[in-house]
Ligand binder design. Structure first.
Ligand SMILES: *Cc1c(COP(=O)(O)O)cnc(C)c1O
Length: 497
């Protein structure tokens, strides 16, 4: 098999093995790791259609992670995609009216981040062994809610790892907070900081940049790593479900072999949809990848004008995981559409950090023609949630709602009748109140569990275990700190102060 190495989108590093890229997360020059080429699938879609999710995951991931042995990779896959998921299908495709919904929320935290974060810890520990890292790997994460819990669940009790998550004390929902502070696992720590998400993020970045602290960690037998969405160890497992969704529709006879389908993806950091682009480059017959934004429509503006401009008001919406003004994974598409020109990419990224904006050339825009874009307002989001419930009996979360609203508009405006898969990134039960109110109007209920039960009544989909088990779960994490003390708290948790 062909060896694939990784290089930085900004040109500072090349010849990096997959396992090294996973351990490092980000390149030394601040760039993102990219495979030197996107490999082609070795088997036809009709052959792949016979495989289970786990078998297919191996066929896709082995093409990228070429320094992992078959046994190592299969082991990682087996440990990740098991009974933590509430369905054997792992990522089922459900028919809803004239569209399909790819449900990526059947993992332990009922959101799509589980798809990658349930395997990343295993890839990391295998990578550490392979590179003779004998230190314990310490994952540090700042979270505005979803990522933190998914990372905690993924790393809990994985030997050779510790995970410390910082969240803004008053900046996450009650359910999100409960999810985190009740996290089990002897290697997990959760800390509420007195500040907002940006403060938490800045604090974590500071710890990563502190060379002296790194030395202290090293002496204590620890090494920092990050689980954020730019790690290729998160991107590559996400390619799998695009291939699987196509294979599944083919196996069911819903599409012909070779028939093109569209995917609509509710997008924030551009990781999920980029994985779809990789799948297309690998040979999956995909027509358009439609990028759906909420009111923070930086990406919609970018795809329609060629200008990326984050200088705008930040809007809080009911799809908080898409409230993002700098989509970090977009750098990889910029790099590809610049013809893998790292200099050009570095220059645009520098412009972004200095002025908050950049403009791509007409040529680059042309190379992005596989993408289309749309956005939905809060009203359109709520309206489509209500519409699909009333007319199709399907209840979706507000992130997925953004994609569904964009699909509805695309259907009406373009006459594009290509079969389309709406990528669903969260269970409606993760956002019960907004979903209930979209369907029924304002509710007097304030208790999250009562709201979930009410939603269960009308949706006839049982409240997932991930929510019900929170009700009586023991609170295990009570640490709080000021942002200035984050490093000291890490030292204390690791017992090296
Ligand atoms: C993270 C997340 C997204 C955005 O995914 P990206 O890969 O960052 O584009 C969308 N919906 C939900 C529920 C998420 O948790």
């Amino acid at each position: 098999m062909k060896t694939i190495t990784y290089q930085s989108t900004r040109g500072g590093e090349s010849g990096v093995t997959a396992s090294q890229a996973i351990l490092k997360g980000i390149a030394d020059d601040g760039g993102l790791f990219m495979p030197v080429e996107i490999p082609k699938l070795e088997q036809s879609m009709s052959e792949l259609a016979k495989l289970s999710y786990q078998e297919l995951a191996y066929e896709v991931m082995k093409l990228y992670l070429t320094d992992f042995t078959e046994e190592e990779l299969k082991d990682c896959i087996r440990q990740a995609y098991d009974s933590k998921f509430d369905t054997e299908e792992i990522a089922p495709v459900v028919r809803v009216g004239s569209a399909y919904v790819l449900e990526l929320f059947h993992g332990s935290t009922i959101a799509f981040k589980d798809m990658a974060l349930s395997i990343l810890p295993h890839l990391m520990t295998a990578a550490a062994k392979k590179n003779h890292v004998d230190h314990e790997i310490v994952i540090l994460t700042a979270t505005s809610g979803d990522t933190g819990k998914a990372a905690l669940a993924g790393f809990a009790d994985v030997p050779g790892t510790r995970i410390i998550v910082f969240y803004p004390k008053d900046g996450v929902s009650h359910i999100q907070q409960l999810q985190m502070v009740t996290q089990k696992g002897d290697n997990t720590a959760v800390v509420a900081i007195h500040g907002n998400f940006d403060d938490a993020q800045t604090g974590v970045k500071k710890i990563f940049a502190d060379k002296e602290f790194e030395k202290k960690l090293d002496e204590g037998g620890f090494q920092l790593s990050s689980a954020n969405s730019i790690n290729i160890g998160r991107l590559i497992p996400q390619v799998v479900y695009y291939v699987h969704a196509y294979a599944d529709l083919l196996a069911r006879g819903d599409i012909e072999d070779g028939e093109k389908i569209n995917f609509i993806v509710p997008t924030g950091n551009f990781g999920n949809i980029l994985a779809g682009y990789f799948a297309k480059q690998m040979g999956v017959p995909i027509g358009k990848l439609i990028c759906a934004s909420n009111d923070n429509k930086v990406l919609y503006d970018f795809f329609t004008t060629g200008v990326y401009d984050k200088n705008r008001e930040f809007v809080l919406t009911m799809s908080p995981s898409m409230d993002i003004l700098v989509s970090s994974n977009l750098e990889r598409l910029i790099y590809l559409s610049a013809g893998c020109d790292a200099k050009k990419t570095a220059k645009l990224m520098q412009e972004l950090s200095e002025t908050g904006r950049y403009t791509v050339t007409k040529e680059m825009q042309k190379r992005m023609k596989d993408f289309a874009a749309g956005y939905a307002t809060e009203e359109q989001d709520a309206e489509v949630i209500r519409y699909l419930y009333k007319n199709r009996g399907y209840v979706m979360d507000p992130h997925t709602g953004v994609a569904a609203a964009v699909w509805k508009a695309h259907w009406a405006e373009t006459g594009d009748r290509i079969k389309t898969v709406i990528v669903s990134t969260a269970s409606p039960y993760k956002f019960s109140k907004d979903v209930l109110e979209a369907i029924q109007g304002p509710t007097m209920l304030t208790d999250d569990f009562a709201i979930a039960e009410e939603l269960e009544q009308i949706s006839c989909v049982p409240v997932p275990k991930a929510v019900t088990e929170l009700k009586n779960a023991e609170i295990r994490h009570r640490t709080e700190c000021d942002t200035a003390d984050m490093e000291a708290v890490v030292a204390k948790i690791l017992g090296i102060s």
